[in-house]
Write a protein that binds this ligand. Structure first.
Ligand SMILES: [Zn+2]
Length: 117
């Protein structure tokens, strides 16, 4: 009779091929069984690390998207300020408007730097 081939690699069944009921399995060698168990555990650990890393990257992407949304809003606001500044160019408040526009530009640059960090 030939050997039962049901047990996984590294394990052997002491019963004949095609036997009824469960296998009588034992490790071919304990070193081999240990190596395989270790490999399975390391695979599980690697899977877990990948899963956590994927979650971390997703969170980071969401944060960046939120920052970009804020940046977009700031640039829109800045564009409106510049339009307003153009309309009031000849008014007496010219200097104050220029200062305001510069303040907004500095704020936008600060936000851009935060996104790029
Ligand atoms: Zn068997």
């Amino acid at each position: 009779m030939s050997e039962c081939t049901l047990p996984p690699e590294g394990w052997a069944c002491t019963r004949d091929a095609g036997h009824d009921g469960p296998c009588a399995a034992k490790p071919r060698t304990y070193a081999e069984a240990f190596d395989q168990a270790e490999e399975k555990i390391m695979h599980k650990v690697a899977e877990e690390i990948w899963r956590k890393d994927a979650a971390r990257i997703e969170t980071e992407c969401k944060r960046k998207m939120s920052s970009l949304g804020k940046l977009q809003w700031t640039l829109k606001s800045l564009t409106a300020d510049i339009k307003q500044l153009r309309f009031s160019f000849s008014s007496a408040e010219q200097n104050q408007n220029v200062r305001l526009a510069v303040t907004h530009l500095e704020d936008a640059l600060h936000r851009i730097n935060l996104v790029l960090e």
